[in-house]
Design a protein around this ligand. Sequence first.
Ligand SMILES: [Fe+2]
Length: 211
Amino acid sequence: MINKFTYQPKQFDLSGLSGISDKTLEMHFKLYEGYVKETNKLTEKISEFLQDGKIDQEEVPAYSELTRRLGFEYNGMVLHEYYFGNMKRQGSVDPDKNSTFFKLAEDSFGSYDIWKADFVSVGKMRGVGWAICYQNPANGALSNHWISLHETGNIAGFVPALVMDVWEHAFILDYAPADRPKYIEAFFSNIDWAAVEKRLQVNTVSRPATA
Ligand SMILES: [Fe+2]
């Protein structure tokens, strides 16, 4: 075994959330653990190919396929950790008006309400994926993004601040597929804004100088 970095599933104490049942969470934790397992397995299989220090011609197809899956499995693991990590029992729907996140949302979108309308609309988009509010560490700006599956649409170097899983498995035991908006409302009632705040790397938005 060459790689010393084997991942262990993290534990999250989230029972008793509002509108997201313990049964859903139990199933979701199992799915998350699957991503941790697959990430470790992929890394190990790739390291086996590399044991002789090179990729032989006949190994290229299998090696390429495994390597292409890295983004899917790694992001599946990491995004779930962000998602579970930004919820808590008795969370609050909106951040404090004096919080850094609130001010950055105003600076980036004109108002917090516009930021929220955008984030919720991203979450309602058709398809399988995630809604993520990122912070650009270069200037502090917040922006909301749609991520297809786990890996398509993540912005390199941007910091995930608020992460919402909108795969159907995140809510199908509690809501019908067409009721995704109800799940999004439930998600907002469980947000741990202190956890979101801790992820921010820049406290202000630096704007380009105006002429
Ligand atoms: Fe998920």
